[in-house]
Design a protein around this ligand. Sequence first.
Ligand code: PBG
Length: 333
Amino acid sequence: MSYPVHRGRRLRRSEGLRSVMRESRLTADQLVAPLFVHDDGSARQPIASLPGHARLSPELAADEAASLAALGIGSVLLFGIPRAKDADGSGAWAEDGPVPRAIRAIKRRAPGLVVWADVCLCEYTDHGHCGVLCDGAVDNDASLPLLARAAVTYAHAGADVVAPSDMMDGRVAAIRVALDRAGASETVIVSYAVKYASAFYGPFREAAGSTPRAGDRRGYQMDPGNVREALREAHADIEEGADALIVKPGLPYLDVLRAVRGEVRVPVAAYQVSGEYAMLHAAAERGWLDLERSMWETTLGLRRAGADLVISYFARPLAERMSEGRMIAEAGR
Ligand code: PBG
């Protein structure tokens, strides 16, 4: 009597076999590359806590987008860094603001690239909150028309996708109605339905100058202990008209991603946020881990947990390796 002792080992014998038998994989068109766009001259302003990333002028953002598209990357996600901020965040819907200018420039340079515009007020308000304030507290309902106005501005500039990240209740419905009324019924809404109040947004807030001047975001972003609430948020946003959802951050919330993926029938994107990127870079700089392998392993983990799309600051290096024919195999080396 002989026993089948080899099991999976037989399938791991060569990279050819491992590659053919792999359950989850990551392709360039599944990647969404975040870009920061400023309107303060033409310079490239490096972001210290996001190595390899910079605030770009609309023209430089279009160059970068064209080069990402040439690598096969499917989408870019635009964040605006305005020169001037005010209490209402009026720069968010300025037609000549950094994001509408970048959208128009990217659509000229790389018409096939899917352009996502993040919709939020925090980069545009002088107090740094994601909605307007009333007596020092964020006023949910007063913020909705402003978010909707920003979304319409980006849609009219040519954005394929608007992605509200403010976490106000009811903003998906408000944005859908406003888009439809403005003749932008084809514009897709990808909602940050499940966004936790996280320590991992630190480098982003440095890049965007959007750290709240007083208080924090726990009044509108989700509590890290909750997963049932994530499902409720996901269902509510779909009912309001969201076409796809984002779960954010990535690595500390893989269980949430898995639960959301099992619960809904729309595409789900995972956002590997700025602090996740910065943490891997910082450890690699000290020689404590291998950046190449960890970028593959973490992004593949998001796919395995159920993400259809991966928003990541590693989009460019990942796609570059893919174009050189080096794939996920790097993770298991
Ligand atoms: C809010 C927004 C944030 C991020 C994306 N959209 C910051 C926040 O909620 O404070 C963070 C993304 C990242 O950390 O990479 N407009």
